[in-house]
Design a protein around this ligand. Structure first.
Ligand code: ADQ
Length: 455
């Protein structure tokens, strides 16, 4: 049996520090790594001179990490990954920074990854590289003579061709993808935008069997939507901690309906627009509005990047303004919380919420939408309001799909969700729950690795 090698920017293998608390992706990949005697390679998250890989084995899974010098962290991670590719791939050309130093750092760190990891690979290993931080890594490994099956999965959207061509080195970046044998996208839509680039910028062709050919090179490109660890999440929603949290939320709601949002604090998540939509609801439904409140949970991320500090300041001000304008002596319309919570607590919060508000402006998938559905009470489920620009919308068409830019659209959907009959809520929830369970993270991982294992 071939070993599975996972390479990503950060390693989320189990460790003595993680206390068993891992995200769905980490759970799925570590299960596969354990079965296949694999290794998970990545950056340690620490700044320092790049030495040898540090290997650790914990709970049957081996991980290997390197430190990166400060300049690399600035140019590769804070720079090219988070200030160039992230905004560009989320359709935010205005926030995209084009710096040669960033690109230089990106290529340098990808070469460092290749040099450090290459010597540890065996000829029959299956190698699976993750996300936009490491697009050129496959090419770097091929330059070293590596002949293995190589896969790449993009967790974020693939941008439309006219946007992508704003990147000076767009051609070089996309050509690097052709070093892989299998390239996976979250949705059909992103796969098709990739096809568009290949046809129009590279003179390539798209075959019927998920193949894409440019020059003499043919690769497989598929849509393979990621899921959550559904059974574990359902178990979390039924845990004692979740029940206690649910009870706590119900007590503090005193009969009012809770709307919940849970997101990393990121401009792609549409939080400012969401607050504006909620404000529109409060303004236009004065009779109904004191019966609800919005709980927005948003732990800060990427604080080294200015655009993230800006969005945080914007939301601090906007939440203050909304509460200042609408709050009463016994009611606060918006509870805005900047911290993360353990999974069982989150599950209890989701279950207590009459409405899940998931309205990114653009999102590769969005796992919160799936977690919200998994956590619901089957006899009395809440309503999911979902942005049509989240990858998850392709699988969750029974949600109330909205245009997240439109405050009116959001206000209407909030009203529709709050007055929806139990029958309709169940009828919408059931097929989504079926999908979340069927196409879970294990399904996703098996589908991708089966493709990768095909000769
Ligand atoms: P992210 O942009 O990080 O991931 P998302 O899919 O929403 O986004 O996943 C966030 C995860 O973090 C969820 O599991 C959620 O429960 C957790 N989380 C968020 N806020 C939290 C809080 N306050 N406390 C605890 N947990 C919290 C990228 C892409 C997505 C894609 C994923 C996976 O941007 O589109 O779905 O990768 O491929």
């Amino acid at each position: 049996m071939s070993r599975l090698i996972v390479i990503s920017n950060r390693v989320q293998a189990p460790s003595a520090d993680s206390n068993g608390a891992q995200g769905g992706l980490a759970v799925a990949l570590t299960a596969a790594l354990r079965e296949a005697d694999g290794i998970w390679f990545g950056w340690s998250g620490e700044t320092g001179e790049t030495g040898d890989l540090a290997f650790t084995t914990y709970d049957g899974v081996t991980s290997a990490t390197i430190d990166l010098p400060e300049q690399d962290v600035d140019e590769y991670y804070n720079g090219y990954a988070n200030r160039t590719l992230w905004p560009l791939f989320h359709y935010r050309l205005g926030l995209t920074e084009f710096e040669r130093d960033f690109q230089g750092g990106y290529e340098r760190v990808n070469r460092t990854f290749g040099e450090k990891i290459g010597p540890h690979l065996r000829p029959d290993d299956l190698i699976w590289v993750h996300d936009y931080h490491l697009i050129p890594l496959g090419w770097v490994l091929r330059q070293q003579g590596l002949k293995n099956r190589l896969g790449f999965f993009l967790h974020i959207p693939w941008p439309p061709t006219p946007l992508l061509t704003a990147l000076p080195e767009h051609r070089r970046l996309v050509e690097a993808l052709f070093a892989y044998d299998v390239v996976g996208f979250q949705t059909r839509e992103w796969l098709e935008t990739f096809h568009d680039y290949v046809r129009n910028q590279m003179g390539g062709s798209v075959g019927e069997d998920d193949t894409v050919t440019v020059g003499g090179r043919t690769i497989t490109a598929i849509a393979c939507p990621i899921g959550i660890d559904a059974e574990a999440f359902i178990a979390s929603a039924n845990s004692l901690n979740a029940a206690a949290t649910h009870a706590r939320m119900m007590t503090s709601s005193i009969g009012r309906s809770m709307i919940v949002g849970v997101d990393r604090l990121d401009y792609s998540k549409g939080l400012e627009e969401r607050f504006n939509g909620y404000q529109r609801y409060l303004e236009t439904r004065p009779d109904a509005h004191t019966n609800v409140y919005l709980l927005q949970i948003a732990p800060p991320s990427r604080a080294a990047v200015q655009s993230y500090r800006d969005i945080r300041a914007t939301l601090d001000a906007l939440s203050g303004r909304i509460n200042g304008a609408f709050a009463d002596i016994d009611w606060v319309p918006l509870r805005y919380v900047n911290q993360g919570f353990p999974r069982e607590i989150l599950a209890g919060i989701y279950r207590a919420a009459r409405v899940g508000l998931v309205t990114p402006l653009r999102d590769g998938m969005n796992l919160v939408a799936k977690e919200y559905v998994a956590a619901q009470d089957p006899d009395d489920p809440g309503v999911l309001i979902l942005s049509r620009f989240a990858g998850a919308a392709e699988q969750m068409e029974q949600a109330l799909l909205v245009n997240p830019y439109s405050a009116d659209d959001l206000a209407d959907a909030i009203e529709q969700a709050l007055v929806m009959s139990r029958e309709e809520r169940i009828a919408r929830w059931r097929p989504m729950f079926g999908n979340v369970r069927r196409e879970d993270v294990i399904w996703w991982r098996k589908r991708f690795t089966a493709m990768l294992a095909q000769p």
